[in-house]
Write a protein that binds this ligand. Structure first.
Ligand SMILES: Nc1nc2c(c(=O)[nH]1)N[C@H]1C(S)=C(S)[C@@H](COP(=O)(O)OP(=O)(O)OC[C@H]3O[C@@H](n4cnc5c(N)ncnc54)[C@H](O)[C@@H]3O)O[C@H]1N2
Ligand code: MOO
Length: 340
């Protein structure tokens, strides 16, 4: 790029987008990169404070910011993610479909460690809607050496995509409500409907629904029946704490399910259980899921719906960001809760 006085730039090619801001009225591109300056543009350019301009004169091995952003977008975006055409040197990273947003934090850090590259995103491991903004990417200077982009290629080579959106999978679900007070009709079931409503946000067919008393054998049998009926997601509610009538964790264990966690470092949701019964995820949901707006269940459900296998470490990592602030208006997942 070469710096030239605006009055002398007529006929030359502007090297980058020029922004104009009129307070309260307009912020946008007044002159696009590549525009050939005309005599009648000179006053306008001076009015937006441009007495000098960068005009295009790229050296060998240098990449213009727009082209660099486009090349970075191609390298960063995995399945389910696309990027917008560069504007003022920046691309937006956007979800192409609804699903679970995955961002490889280590790779993102490595790319940002290179310097001269800005790759800013929201947090991963959350649900994102189609067309949702994931982040933005640009190079900091007007041009970067091609070498810088080659270094990104090396970092991302043979790796999982840096950013991807995993689609949710259709599921056949079972809801098993425990509680002798509900089974015996002393109390109307308020838990089942809460769970059904949360599942209804996904492509879920409810194939098995049952209310059982606080008896280990009954709960265990219900879980096994749900599996036999073809459920590939089983949710058991209530009976998760430490009272003598709380039988759910023991009953789920007795089915032979592999325990991932009974107890999570998340509030609310400390007493949630997650296990796999022959690969089928089984949740044990504590009472808080019935009355709190957002809990550990809302954090883990999108990952289960995208068929991720949750490990003990995945659960442990939820501790950092695991305290819900119970805001008057809940903006989850657009908050720190459940992000790491
Ligand atoms: N000593 C301790 N007590 C509790 C602890 C603890 O660590 N130590 N943890 C608390 C936390 S945290 C939670 S969460 C709850 C967990 O409760 P449970 O999952 O055991 O829930 P229940 O005892 O079954 O029921 C609690 C409450 O909700 C009513 N309920 C339950 N199911 C239904 C339903 N389907 N429809 C309507 N109402 C329902 C139930 O009657 C109880 O009133 O434990 C804390 N305690
Ligand atoms: O499992 Mo309980 O939140 O911590 O409400």
């Amino acid at each position: 790029m070469e710096v030239i006085k605006t009055r002398d730039a007529v006929g030359m090619v502007i090297g980058h987008d020029l922004t104009e801001i009129v307070p309260g009225e307009f912020k946008g591109v007044a002159f696009k990169k590549g525009h050939v300056v005309r005599q009648e543009d000179v006053d306008h350019l001076l009015r937006i404070g441009k007495e000098h301009l960068y005009v295009m004169n790229l050296k060998e091995g240098e990449v213009h910011e727009d082209d660099a952003a486009t090349l970075l977008g191609k390298m960063i975006c995995g399945p389910g993610v696309h990027f917008t055409p560069p504007s003022e040197g920046k691309i937006n990273l956007v979800a192409s479909e609804t699903g679970l947003l995955k961002i490889n934090r280590d790779l993102q850090d490595e790319v940002n460690d290179l310097g001269d590259i800005c790759l800013a995103t929201i947090h991963g491991n959350r649900s994102i809607d189609e067309k949702g903004l994931i982040g933005g990417c640009r190079v900091i200077p007007l041009t970067v050496p091609q070498q810088k982009l080659s270094e990104v290629t090396v970092i991302l080579e043979n790796q999982e995509p840096l950013i991807q959106v995993k689609p949710y999978q259709p599921k056949r679900a079972a809801i098993i409500v425990t509680g002798s007070e509900v089974f015996k009709g002393r109390l109307e079931d308020k838990f089942g409907p809460v769970v059904a409503e949360k599942l209804a946000k996904y492509d879920v067919e409810l194939i098995h629904r049952q209310i059982v008393p606080d008896e280990t054998q009954c709960i265990r049998q219900a879980v096994e029946d749900a599996k036999t009926a073809g459920a590939n997601l089983i949710v058991v509610t209530g009976g998760m704490s430490v009272d003598p009538d709380d039988k759910t964790p023991g009953a789920i264990k007795q089915t032979g399910a592999e325990m991932v966690a009974y107890g999570t470092p998340v509030l609310p949701g400390a007493m949630l259980l997650l296990a796999y019964l022959d690969g089928i995820p089984v949740f044990g949901l504590p009472g808080c899921v019935m009355f709190a707006h957002t809990t550990a269940f809302d954090i883990l459900l999108p990952r289960v719906m995208a068929d991720e296998t949750i490990t003990r470490r995945d659960i442990s990592r939820l501790g950092h960001g695991g305290q819900c602030l119970k805001c008057d208006t809940c903006f989850f997942p657009d908050c720190h809760f459940g992000k790491c």
